[in-house]
Design a protein around this ligand. Structure first.
Ligand code: FAD
Length: 465
């Protein structure tokens, strides 16, 4: 019996005391019965605001409807038309500010719209477990396209180019594919077997992924331009920003990127089984309040830290992190300190960080980000004892590739300049994802990759005429 509306089917989660000791997934996923019950709450709006508010207009309504009817295969195929990595997107997309927040059920019952992200993850996991794959016939074409970077933008561009029939080679600097999904987002949010599986669907379709290839270092950009008919640059924004305060060079002070790469990519939590160590103390401070901050703080806890403090210059309300990530961090005992900002890091006689000087802040008028500007309160300085500090205050595109390709036009923020078709100033060279926007979201990067693939197809087809 279909039950429209009502209360959201809760997601079962790993209990707090258990989960803070391991890197296993915190949400345990819907069962078939739960997924169907959740999907059957959908009132099937005519105007589908959930689709309209998805940055890539995924047919989430179509997917939810098929789950409600227990047609899991059809639900999976529907979502796969728009999204090459639904198991990933279902887990990490900020649905609460996109498709879910406009669901009319959010205004009634328990105030929760349809749990679209968890349904998307359910149906993608179901397909993986049951060996259900998207079927498409590839009409091979002779032209070759190079994709630089294997993050979400590179993945989605490569998949769509392959569907058009191109011979696609992805060049990835690191020793594993996935970009931030691999080295940034921890396994307790995105289990690695899920990521591996979704990436394997690319290679099965004939996309070649070459790892340990740093374009601009051990692969020349000009060689790619000669060998390939078009190029997509999806190199992300992986270079950390720093606060530029005294003491940042002390031992025990990390950028979030380094901290997370050591843990997620190099498996430092399993040292000496793996080669890369990490030193994480008992009192950890993480500066910032975005998803990266939450990930670093929750990783520190799992590495054995006793107290983990988030130091944020605005308030929780202005935090750019996903609601679920903040909620999980707080449940796990991480303390979010609002309206404070570090001014200096102090070290001991051996050069290890031992405390941080902070100043209290108040909120002023909105700044260029649209959020209230944090203003220091004179005379409010105080100190906090910390033995590890992680800075998670944002990232920007890595200069390595850009400095070696001076012919590529960039903006004053170091992002690659593109036109409305995502073509750069160099003919046949396209770009997308964080490389053009600065640090953004997985779904926007996916959307750019798809748009660029379409533009590349049009560009190559035009050239042939
Ligand atoms: P990336 O994912 O950064 O991938 C770029 C790839 O290019 C990397 O693999 C890199 O090694 C490779 N590369 C770089 N230079 C070269 C070169 N010269 N040659 C070859 N390869 C190169 N977004 C969300 O929507 N939800 C979240 O919950 C979320 N959490 C996040 C948590 C963390 C810790 C971080 C850092 C980001 C998070 N984001 C989240 C943001 C999201 O992950 C990014 O917006 C997205 O991954 C960008 O995709 P991309 O393809 O543009 O770049």
């Amino acid at each position: 019996m279909i039950k429209i509306g009502g209360i959201r089917v809760p997601m079962r989660e790993e209990p707090v005391q258990k989960r803070i000791k391991n890197f296993r997934s915190v949400p345990l996923g819907y069962t078939k019965k739960e997924a169907v019950a959740e999907a059957q709450r959908c009132i099937l709006c005519m105007n589908a605001p959930c689709v309209v508010h998805c940055p890539v207009r995924m047919d989430v309504l179509g997917m939810v409807r098929k789950i409600a009817e227990r047609y899991f295969k059809e639900a999976f195929l529907k979502i796969k038309e728009d999204n090459p990595i639904p198991a990933v997107a279902g887990r990490v997309c900020p649905q609460e500010t996109q498709c879910e927040c406009v669901c009319p059920l959010g205004q009634t019952g328990d105030g929760n719209g349809i749990n679209i992200g968890k349904l998307e993850a359910f149906v993608a996991d179901w397909a993986m477990e049951n060996g259900v794959k998207e079927e498409f016939r590839i009409e091979e074409r002779p032209e070759k396209v190079a994709v630089i970077g294997s993050g979400p933008s590179g993945i989605s561009c490569a998949v769509d180019l392959r569907k058009f029939g191109y011979r696609v080679t992805v060049f990835e600097a690191l020793h594993m594919a996935g970009g931030v999904l691999r080295y940034g987002i921890p396994a307790f949010r995105l289990p690695r077997n899920i990521l591996d599986y979704e990436i394997s669907t690319l290679t099965e379709r004939g996309v070649q992924i070459k790892i340990n290839r740093i374009v601009g270092q051990n692969v020349e950009f000009r060689d790619l331009r000669q060998e390939f008919d078009a190029i997509f640059i999806g190199t992300g924004a992986g270079a950390p920003r720093f606060m530029k305060i005294e003491g940042e060079r002390l031992k025990g002070v990390y950028s979030a990127n380094e901290f997370l790469i050591r843990i997620n990519l190099m498996k430092a939590y399993d040292f000496p089984e793996y080669d890369t160590p990490i030193v994480c103390g008992e009192r950890v401070g993480v500066i910032g309040a975005g998803n990266v901050t939450m990930d670093a703080a929750r990783c520190a806890l799992r590495l054995g830290a006793k107290d983990v403090h988030i130091l944020y210059r605005r308030t929780k309300k202005e935090s750019p992190a996903r609601d679920e990530e903040i909620q999980h961090a707080l449940e796990e005992g991480i303390v979010l300190h609002e309206l404070i900002n570090p001014t200096r890091l102090l070290g001991d006689e051996n050069g290890w960080v031992k405390e941080v000087n902070l100043i209290r802040m108040k909120l002023g008028e909105p700044d260029s980000s649209g959020r209230p500007r944090p203003i220091p309160i004179e005379g409010s300085e105080f100190t906090m004892k910390l033995d590890t500090v992680v800075e998670a205050i944002g990232t920007e595109p890595n200069r390595l590739f850009l400095d070696r390709t001076p012919e590529l036009e960039t903006t004053r923020w170091g992002t690659i300049k593109v036109d409305e078709d995502l073509m750069s100033n160099i003919e046949g060279v396209f770009a997308g994802g964080d490389a053009i926007t600065g640090g953004a979201t997985v779904i926007l990067a996916l959307g750019d990759g798809r748009r660029a693939a379409k533009s590349i197809h049009e560009y190559i087809s035009r050239r042939k005429e």
